[in-house]
Design a protein around this ligand. Structure first.
Ligand SMILES: *Cc1c(COP(=O)(O)O)cnc(C)c1O
Length: 771
């Protein structure tokens, strides 16, 4: 990668002075003076004169909408279909967000605030339009406007394809975090990749999962701001040489062998009830314009074009594995591409502030969502030492103060371990730096624990296996000042199992808990507008959407019969809404007055959809064994609903899907059973479907083998929408139980601490499971 450009160069070239009109607002005269003292005050005041005007009346939004249809989309209103209306409404609102975005960024720069950067390889965003209208509190106004222009708002909302740039919980967590960062007025940026193909669409054919590509950008994307001028070169391969400068100081120089460009696409992230709009910056790979002239001159034109196309493949597709590591070179390339571009951007922004390097950790916090971005640690060390010329120890002190690492799993098959030779080839200089980081780390461990030789082998960043591997979790721990798990139980587990040795080395204080969460704006107000409104009437407004503990205020209505009827009616309406979706997707009729038992999440052996479906089979057989006349009295009519995607290469998970569909086929077509039991597999589970499913459950299942589900977040979505839980003592179920009380949850199964012993006893035949 090329060196970081000097601040002067990067500022002046990217700084449109008199040629552009600015729309800054909300600044005091002193702040206006402070904005850029090289510009005359009168000019600066003129820039800030035009405020961000919110949409306050229907007419005004209609005017903007029509204008976008006629200019941006270049269509006449007589030729405006639902898709064009959706696009025009989206652009109208995105424009408003962009103005707030500008103002927010200018303010953060002006106030010189510390920024938090959330590095995540996945952002499972779902749809943007509904969320933006809710956060800006203009949904009613928008509904009236499009209605007067002859459209139905709900019909437009559903035309937006989900931004499915993630697999499951980890990616959705990142999406919820950026919403909360904006709502709570943090200067927080997300950094990720703009995949051309998000998580595959799931079709069910003859009961089997079939994957089809998700080209979510087919009609363009009104919510993104392409910043084609932000093009950051990223290098791969090549070799390392040692150079000596005029003062006799040696330094390592990495000359890359392949260069691609990272181009920025920004997604404004609105907060609820605030004008703070943060940024989600996603990188897209493009070829450099430096054409391979040698090949060209040799007459090998098409080969040089193919070389160019290779660059675009880096961000082409999201890897569809959830909680599973697969060591593919292109995946490592994605990771470094994303990390290098993000770090370059962050460092460039810091350099503009003209502060000393020692202040870097006071201005920048970088949070690693799992080990996928761990190379950021190495890349920052490389920038500081190789490019900026800092001493190793000085640089390393800055690096470790900057990073925090979030662990998401204790399962061995999910831990990233990159083969050393892959690394040596793709990123030769980074491998050298990892060796040095490891050397200094192991030296300090050896000094502290001179007696314990095995300890060094166990904690080493390099796994001495054959072939050798780089253990990314170890690198992430060594390079961070804090390591957190994602629920109390999980945070305790990592300290006693996979990271036990590191607790001994660094002390327990380095290991903390930050229990996952979900945004109540999307998962209550957007997903369940009726319930959200009912709660607001009781609590006197929507303040609870920012302070969820205010829901406690509902307890005093617990014996209010009318309130309870209203509550039940809302659940009934939501169940009817889901029944309609089920009919559309599967052609199965379910009775919304029967009990809805739901399990939706990625299909995984550890999540135990197989246990659920075995339970369904048992129930079916028991119903059949009950004399016909007694069935209605003995069995509560129930609908078992299961949904989720299996990784395309995960054989067992795909078999589970087939089993569910086969059971569904048998049960639903058995005339003896009728309405007593229905089994539904909902195809293509994603965020927008989750918004319809979660408010409609009577009970939902979170039944992972204890100790395997780090937190879970759908458990929270269901509880927030007034559903009961069937769950094991795992992940956040434990804390949820504490909040809602043991009588709101059906806990069962063994404890995490007993699972290993039980597994062993099963394997040696000590326990007779059929006994
Ligand atoms: C919340 C969510 C998840 C995570 O569900 P878990 O049950 O916590 O694994 C996965 N996928 C989607 C689409 C979600 O909305």
């Amino acid at each position: 990668m090329s060196s970081i450009p000097s601040p002067a160069a990067s500022i002046s070239s990217a700084h449109p002075r008199r040629s552009h009109k600015r729309t800054l607002t909300g600044f005091t005269p002193t702040e206006i003076k402070a904005i850029d003292s090289s510009v005359p005050i009168a000019t600066r005041e003129k820039w800030t004169k035009f405020g961000v005007k919110e949409f306050t009346n229907v007419e005004e939004l209609e005017k903007v909408l029509i204008n976008h249809v006629e200019t941006t989309l270049a269509r006449s209103m007589y030729n405006c279909d639902d898709l064009a209306a959706y696009q025009s409404l989206s652009v109208s609102i995105k424009d408003k967000l962009t103005l707030h975005w500008n103002k927010t960024q200018q303010l953060h720069t002006l106030k010189d605030v510390k920024r938090i950067y959330y590095l995540s390889l996945e952002f499972l965003m779902g749809r943007a339009l509904d969320n933006a209208m809710i956060n800006l509190e203009i949904k009613d106004l928008a509904r009236k406007s499009v209605d007067e222009l002859g459209f139905n708002l709900e019909d437009l909302i559903v035309l937006e394809p989900d931004a499915g740039l993630g697999n499951g919980g980890l990616g959705r967590l990142a999406a919820c975090f950026v919403d909360s960062l904006s709502t709570r007025n943090y200067p927080g940026w997300g950094y990720g990749l703009r995949y051309n193909y998000g998580i595959f669409a799931q079709k069910i054919i003859d009961g089997y999962q079939v994957e089809t590509p998700d080209y979510w950008l087919r009609y363009g994307n009104p919510w993104e701001i392409p910043r084609k001028e932000i093009r950051i070169p990223v290098d791969f391969y090549g070799s390392v040489t040692t150079e000596t400068d005029a003062n006799g100081k040696t330094k390592k120089v990495w000359s890359g062998g392949e260069r691609v460009l990272a181009v920025a696409y920004d997604f404004p992230i609105p907060g609820y009830d605030t004008t703070n709009v943060n940024n989600l910056r996603l990188w897209s790979s493009e070829p450099t314009t430096e054409f391979d002239f040698q090949k060209f001159n040799e007459g090998d034109y098409s080969n040089s074009v193919i070389q160019q196309q290779r660059a675009e493949s880096i961000t082409a597709v999201l890897y569809p594995n959830d909680n599973f590591y697969q060591g593919k070179e292109l995946r490592l390339k994605q990771q470094y591409f994303w990390v290098a571009a993000s770090l370059h951007d962050i460092v460039r922004r810091f350099i503009k502030s003209k502060k000393a390097w020692s202040e870097f950790p006071d201005m920048v916090a970088i949070q690693l969502n799992d080990t996928h971005p761990t190379m950021a640690i190495v890349e920052l060390q490389r920038i500081l030492v190789d490019v900026e010329g800092l001493e190793w120890d000085v640089a390393w002190n800055i690096v470790t103060k900057t990073f925090g690492y979030t662990n998401h799993t204790v399962m061995q098959e999910a831990l990233e371990k990159w083969p050393l030779d892959l690394f040596a080839n793709l990123l030769p200089r980074h491998l050298e730096i990892i060796y040095d980081i490891n050397l200094f780390f192991l030296q300090s461990v050896a000094k502290k624990f001179p007696e314990e030789r095995d300890l060094l082998t166990r904690v080493s960043i390099v796994e001495e296996s054959s072939p050798k591997n780089i253990r990314m979790a170890h690198l992430a721990i060594v390079g961070s000042h804090k390591v957190n798990g994602v629920a109390e139980l999980h945070s305790e587990l990592i300290k006693t199992t996979i990271f036990k040795d590191f607790v001994k080395i660094y002390g327990a204080e380095k290991f903390t808990n930050v229990t996952n969460g979900i945004t109540p704006r999307r998962w209550l107000k957007q997903a369940n507008p009726e319930l959200s409104e009912l709660i607001a009437t009781k609590l006197g407004g929507y303040d609870y959407l920012k302070h969820l503990n205010k829901l406690k205020g509902l307890e005093k209505f617990i014996d209010d019969a009318k309130f309870r009827d209203q509550w039940a009616q809302v659940k009934q309406d939501n169940k009817a809404r889901l029944a309609k979706l089920i009919k559309t997707l599967t052609n199965i009729d379910v009775n919304p007055h029967n009990l809805f038992d739901v399990q939706v999440k990625r299909i995984h052996e550890y999540k135990r959809q197989q246990l659920n479906i075995f339970g369904v089979i048992w129930r079916y057989l028991q119903i059949k064994a009950t004399p016909a006349a007694e069935r209605a009295k003995k069995w509560l009519p129930k609908v078992s609903i299961i949904g989720g995607k299996a990784a395309p290469g995960y054989y067992a998970a795909k078999k589970i899907i087939k089993l569910v569909n086969s059971v569904s086929e048998v049960v639903n077509n058995d005339p003896e059973i009728g309405d007593l039991l229905k089994v539904v597999f909902i195809p293509d589970y994603n965020v927008s479907k989750a918004e319809i499913i979660c408010p409609a459950s009577d009970v939902s299942e979170h039944i992972s083998t204890a100790g395997t589900e780090a937190s879970g977040t759908s458990n929270m979505k269901f509880v927030l929408n007034g559903g009961l839980i069937i769950g094991t003592v795992d992940g956040a179920n434990v804390e949820i139980t504490r909040e809602i009380g043991e009588d709101q949850i059906f806990l069962f199964g063994n404890l995490a601490e007993d699972v290993d012993e039980l597994r062993h006893e099963h394997s040696v035949g000590k326990i007779d499971i059929f006994g």
